[in-house]
Each structure stands twice: as structure tokens, then as C-alpha cells.
Design a protein around this ligand. Structure first.
Ligand SMILES: Cc1cc2nc3c(=O)[nH]c(=O)nc-3n(C[C@H](O)[C@H](O)[C@H](O)COP(=O)(O)OP(=O)(O)OC[C@H]3O[C@@H](n4cnc5c(N)ncnc54)[C@H](O)[C@@H]3O)c2cc1C
Length: 387
């Protein structure tokens, strides 16, 4: 077992940390409050090659893996800039297109995803299907060579800042007549595609949308892959990168909160000469949260290593566990940090309560803690499925 990063990974982590700190949480919050995006940070990260670390070099990327992308996600979050679109665009969309797209789709999209000039967001969740992806109701019908997409999607992140959205729909299999999943690369300005911004209680520069697709006409090459058979594997291809990078974002956020709180509690004095951190009632919850975050980081490292070694099934178990652990640890760390800061914890200035909504959402999305527990119960513990 090797717990050391390579020299290149170490350098990447230090460089991303430095970039994140130059922007910092106050930048993230000010963008969110102004209803703006973190465009400067995104473009700078793209120019420096951090958004494309997992994209092969022949398409303009860094040629690394999900381990490297997870480092980027964690370090930006640890600097107070948890960017959800890193999970959506380079982790999910770039992986799906690289692994299952046509060569033409790779050439068209991967260089732009790598340098940050393109963003592709991901739309699977539907109002009537929720966690049950077998109930997806967005349907793609053939019309000559074209496709027509109709349906509704909900909570789709970043549609307002993306060029394309990778839409999970269902198509009729001509052999069986059954509906099977297929992914489509849909321009966000396609006629028939309408978006409506959702009011979310998350302080973030990234927004969620309801999408309405009303006979959105797409050319044949909007379908990911050479044929409909690419649909299911393409859908699964995004899952491990998604879980691992979102976990990394959670672990980074947890680190950020614990660092903020421990800096404060080490110096704040309200009972004579002792710092409030000398009281175990303050220090132990922080130490406990630090242990949970570190355990989650260990599982993220394991999951990313397995994934990059091509051991997808084992990475699936580790990635789900990492996502669960990091989601819980991040929520615990932020809540504990708020408490340790007292009144200061609830101010915008100290930049901790500003993350409460985001870490709470991290226990629901992109896959809820309950659905992960179901996965572990069934696939690790051999339990029957109740649903
Ligand atoms: C901030 C944010 C960003 C998001 N971004 C995207 C995005 O970019 N693209 C996208 O496609 N989606 C996105 N989502 C959607 C997200 O993936 C879903 O919210 C999530 O999968 C849960 O689905 P649901 O909200 O419909 O909950 P439901 O499925 O309605 O579930 C409600 C509750 O019941 C529990 N539950 C449901 N079924 C079971 C079961 N069988 N056993 C035990 N418990 C169960 C769930 O765990 C949950 O707690 C985002 C959501 C949020 C909050």
C-alpha cells in the first residue's frame, strides 16, 4: 500500500492550493451573493491545466486520472471554493465522452473541457423519478436521421454557464421494443429546451435548474457513442468519477471548516488566559470531525487508485463508501466549526456558516446517503432489495 503522492501529484496539489488561496472563500461568497459565477477562477484553472488533468494529452489534457482530478476538487474546496461543476463537467462529462463518445465527439468537446472554454453539465434527475432512475420519462424518438427529445429534468446544476448538457433519455430498442437509456449531447440553446432557475437554500455561485425538453431536435451525432448500445455503459462510466470527486470536494470543505475553527479556537480567550480550544468540550468535537474527514480522505484515495487502475467494480464500492463518508464528515465538520466559533460562526465574515447549505446538500446529491447504504447493504452485505 502506498500512501504517498507522486512528485507530480504533490506539485499539482501545492499549485492548486496556491491558486485556491489566491481566490479564497470570500471570492466564492461574493460571487454567490452577486448572482455571478466564479468565471475568473474557472478560466485560470483551465489555463493552468487543472480542469483537464484527467483528460488524455492527445485531446489537450494532462493525461492523469481521477486521482489528479480529485486533488484539484479537494484543494479548491479546502481553500473555500467548492466548485460543483468540476464534478459535472471534467469528471462526468469528460469521462463519458472520452470512454464512450465517438472520435468526432472527443475531438469536438474534450479540448474545450480541458482548457475550461467549454462546460458540459449533466441531466439525469427527473421530478417523477428521483432516485429511481428506472423510471426516467425523458424519451428520445427517431425522426429520419434526427432525434427528438421530450421530458423534464430537475436540479440540473450549471445550465446557465454551460454550452451543452449531457441528457440521459430513453430510446426504443428496435429489436426488443423496450426502452433503454441513451445519452445525448444537447446544446443549451437548442430550440425547445427551456430552463427555469430553482430557488435553492445553498449559498453558491452555481445554480440549479428545471429543464423542459419539448421535441428538442438533435442531429444523429448528438447521441453519445456509435450506437444505442453505448447508452448503459456510458451512463455507468460517469458514476465512479462523480462519487470520487464529489467526495473529494466534501473532504476539502471539511478541512477548510476545521482549519478555520481551529485557528479561531486556538487564539480566542474568554476565560482568563486560556484559549477556548483548551476546553475539551470545544476541542474534542473538532478533533472528532478531523478524524472523520481524514478517514474519508483515505477512502477517496483508495477509490481513486482502484479506479485509475481500471478496477471499476472495486472502485464502485470504495467510491460509494468514500462519498458517504465524505458527505457525513463535511456536514459534521462545518456544523462543528460553526459551534466552535460561537456567534462568529454565524457571520458571513468568518466564512463557515456560508457552507451549511452546500454540505447539507452533499448528503443528498448526487446520490443520497440512503441510496449508498442500499448499495452497500445489497452489494457488500448480500441483503435483499426492498424496493
Ligand atoms: C445541489 C444539488 C445539485 C444537483 N445537481 C444535479 C445535476 O447537476 N444533475 C442531476 O441530474 N441531478 C442533480 N441533482 C439531483 C440529485 O442527484 C437528487 O436530488 C438526488 O439523486 C435525490 O433525488 P430526489 O431529490 O428526487 O430525492 P427522492 O428520490 O425523492 O428521495 C427523497 C428521500 O428519500 C430517500 N429514498 C428514496 N428512495 C429510497 C430507498 N429506496 N431507500 C431509502 N431511502 C430512499 C432519499 O435518500 C431521500 O432522502 C442535484 C441536487 C442538488 C440538491
Amino acid at each position: 500500500m502506498n500512501f504517498d503522492l507522486t512528485d507530480e501529484q504533490d506539485q499539482l496539489r501545492d499549485a492548486v492550493r496556491a491558486l485556491g488561496r489566491r481566490y479564497g472563500h470570500s471570492y466564492f461568497v461574493s460571487k454567490a451573493k452577486a448572482g455571478e459565477h466564479t468565471t475568473e477562477l474557472w478560466h485560470e484553472a483551465g489555463r493552468l491545466g487543472y480542469l483537464g488533468v484527467n483528460i488524455p494529452t492527445e485531446y489537450g489534457g494532462g493525461g492523469g486520472g481521477i486521482t489528479e482530478l480529485a486533488l484539484v476538487c479537494e484543494e479548491l474546496a479546502a481553500a473555500g471554493c467548492p466548485l460543483l461543476l468540476l464534478v459535472v463537467s471534467p469528471a462526468i462529462a469528460a469521462t463519458v465522452i472520452h470512454k464512450h463518445g465517438t472520435e468526432e465527439q472527443r475531438k469536438r468537446h474534450l479540448p474545450g473541457l480541458a482548457d475550461g472554454s467549454q462546460k458540459i453539465v449533466f441531466a439525469i434527475t427527473e421530478p417523477d423519478a428521483g432516485s429511481n432512475f428506472h423510471r426516467l420519462g425523458t424519451v428520445a424518438r427517431r425522426d429520419g436521421d434526427d432525434w427528438l427529445l421530450t421530458g423534464r429534468k430537475v436540479y440540473i446544476s450549471g445550465v446557465d454557464e454551460a454550452d451543452h448538457v449531457l441528457v440521459v433519455a430513453r430510446t426504443e430498442d428496435s429489436a426488443t421494443g423496450k426502452l433503454k437509456p441513451a445519452l445525448f449531447i444537447v446544446p443549451t440553446d437548442a430550440p425547445g429546451l427551456e430552463k427555469s432557475k430553482l430557488d435553492m437554500e445553498i449559498l453558491s455561485p452555481e445554480n440549479q435548474f428545471l429543464l423542459y425538453l419539448d421535441d428538442v431536435r438533435l442531429p444523429a451525432d448528438a447521441l453519445v457513442g456509435e450506437s444505442l448500445d453505448a447508452g448503459l455503459p456510458a451512463l455507468f462510466a460517469g458514476l465512479n468519477p462523480e462519487r470520487i470527486t464529489v467526495a473529494a470536494m466534501g473532504a476539502g470543505t471539511g478541512r477548510y471548516a476545521i482549519e478555520k475553527a481551529s485557528d479561531y479556537t486556538a487564539t480566542r480567550k474568554v476565560w482568563g488566559g486560556r484559549s477556548i480550544g483548551s476546553h475539551q468540550g470545544v476541542a474534542h468535537p473538532l478533533a472528532h470531525a478531523a478524524v472523520q474527514v481524514e478517514l474519508a480522505r483515505l477512502m477517496i484515495h483508495k477509490a481513486a487508485t482502484l479506479y485509475d487502475a481500471g478496477r471499476d467494480l472495486e472502485a464502485g464500492v470504495a467510491g460509494n463508501m468514500a462519498k458517504y463518508a465524505a458527505g457525513e464528515a463535511a456536514a459534521l465538520a462545518v456544523d462543528t466549526a460553526v459551534q466552535a466559533l460561537g456567534g462568529a460562526g454565524m457571520t458571513t465574515e468568518y466564512g463557515v456558516a456560508t457552507l451549511l447549505g452546500a454540505v447539507r446538500a452533499g448528503r443528498i446529491a448526487p446520490v443520497s446517503r440512503e441510496m449508498i447504504l442500499n448499495f452497500v447493504a445489497q452489494h457488500v452485505l448480500g441483503q435483499d432489495k426492498s424496493y
